[in-house]
Design a protein around this ligand. Structure first.
Ligand SMILES: Cc1cc2nc3c(=O)[nH]c(=O)nc-3n(C[C@H](O)[C@H](O)[C@H](O)COP(=O)(O)OP(=O)(O)OC[C@H]3O[C@@H](n4cnc5c(N)ncnc54)[C@H](O)[C@@H]3O)c2cc1C
Length: 406
């Protein structure tokens, strides 16, 4: 029999898990291993599509240094309990049991040596072993809470379940199956939502700035960026519509429309000091030539044009500068401030910020406080990880917390 199967759904199960992504698969496995009858349904044609596309096709499946500080949530303590009960080592044990080769890329980020499909195959194998029934092309049309459990109407028939797990993820990448379903279910049962926003997403720039930076499209440089109290040091990539790269994706999660972003384009040096030293050693050297020792010729030219096209500074020799003018130049390079016009939105965002309020959910079991038997796990909750394997880690940990309790 093919797996997932294409036949009708059972009339009764202990647990119905909606959404066969990272969290849904993991929760189904955990509950199945405890002997519960589990049906896992997916409305798309395939399961685990985001796992397949994650980490550039190699799936950054965990971060060995994950801690609560790597997550954004209105309640920063909420994730602690689940993360401490299912750790990165637990997931590594599973990966090793399936003989999947992996490596640490940097800063605790573990990636598959081969391909992300290894992780999906592993999860599907575990589902089979735990006798989880799995159906794709299945959409829910109605959910009714009974005195005990739920009555569900789907395009593949009607069923009753004792426990209902919502694992439908966030809004990012609609063409991969993302939907607002989880948020709608939360609203149906009177649970509050924290406003949603695309996160881990490139910035777009206003037309004038975009035009000014256009010749840099495709190039990148190591910078330090900060916004609303958060800061990161990684590479920034100039694109034809704006700014991207790990650094920008990270800071986008802390950005609100209208906020300023601060970028240090030369984080590795103190430009003011460097210019003073160079003024003594090479007084005749021209500013723009000196700056190309720290960044590419093109990048230097573009930023000098942006800030100093009127002043004549770019072609001025160092002995013509006062220290105050050096400070002015250094301040611009160390402290470039701009306002993104927006982000590229859910079409390209890796995750969704906000979601079902953690105030509504038990951090021990992931059960809704107002509705016994209803669980929310993974990205649909207001818990959003930074870039680096933290989002899958939350998906696994919250899924296991629910799966062990259902
Ligand atoms: C391009 C990209 C790369 C990423 N790379 C990484 C990475 O390397 N490391 C990392 O930690 N995180 C990464 N992420 C983030 C990570 O994929 C998500 O945070 C994680 O998948 C969330 O798990 P989830 O199970 O909650 O949601 P998902 O994995 O999104 O699963 C939700 C599932 O529910 C299904 N669904 C939605 N609505 C319905 C409905 N109405 N009925 C039935 N099914 C429904 C969806 O089709 C989907 O299969 C990446 C994300 C993207 C977009």
């Amino acid at each position: 029999m093919p797996y997932p199967a294409h036949n009708a759904i059972p009339e009764k199960v202990d647990v119905l898990v909606i959404g066969a992504g990272a969290a849904g698969l993991m929760c189904a496995i955990t509950a199945g291993q405890r002997g519960r009858s589990v049906l896992l349904i997916e409305h798309a044609n395939k399961v685990g599509k985001k796992i397949l596309m994650s980490g550039g096709g190699r799936c950054n499946f965990i971060n060995i240094y994950a801690e609560a500080g790597n997550y954004l949530s209105q309640n920063p303590h909420f994730c602690k309990s689940a993360l401490s009960r299912y750790t990165s080592q637990d997931f590594i044990n599973l990966v090793e049991k399936h003989h999947i080769a992996f490596h640490e890329k940097k800063s605790g980020q573990l990636f598959c040596d081969n391909k992300a499909k290894d992780i999906l195959d592993m999860l599907l194998n575990e589902c089979k072993q735990s006798s989880v029934s799995l159906r794709t092309h299945c959409s829910i049309e109605n959910i009714e809470a009974l005195e005990s459990g739920f009555k569900i109407l789907s395009n593949l028939g009607e069923l009753q379940c004792q426990s209902l797990v919502i694992a439908t993820g966030g809004l990012s990448i609609p063409k991969m199956g993302a939907s607002a379903f989880g948020y709608e279910v939360a609203k149906q049962f009177g649970l509050n939502l924290v406003p949603m926003q695309a996160a881990l997403v490139p910035f777009t720039l206003g037309e004038i700035l975009r035009e000014q930076l256009s010749s840099l499209s495709g190039s990148s440089l190591p910078v330090s960026v900060s916004c609303n109290g958060a800061s990161f040091n990684e590479d920034m990539l100039f694109t034809h519509r704006g700014l991207s790269g790990p650094e920008i994706l990270q800071i986008s999660s802390y950005w609100n429309p209208g906020s300023e972003v601060h970028i240090n384009l030369l984080p590795q040096i103190d430009l003011f000091k460097e210019l003073k030293v160079k003024q003594n050693k090479r007084p005749k050297a021209v500013l723009k030539t000196v700056l190309t020792e720290y960044m590419s010729k093109n990048t230097t030219q573009v930023f000098l044009d942006l800030w100093f096209s009127e002043s004549g500074y770019p072609n001025q020799s160092l002995n013509q500068f006062t220290h105050q003018q050096f400070q002015e130049v250094a301040d611009h390079f160390h402290h470039w401030v701009f306002k993104p016009s927006g982000t590229k939105g859910y079409r390209t965002a890796e995750v969704t910020l906000g979601g079902v309020s953690t105030d509504e959910i038990s951090s021990k079991t992931m059960q809704a406080k107002k509705q016994p038997g209803l669980y929310f796990i993974g990205e649909v909750l207001d818990v959003t990880g930074q870039l680096g394997g933290f989002n899958f880690q939350w998906a696994w940990a919250s899924a296991v917390a629910a799966g062990n309790y259902i």
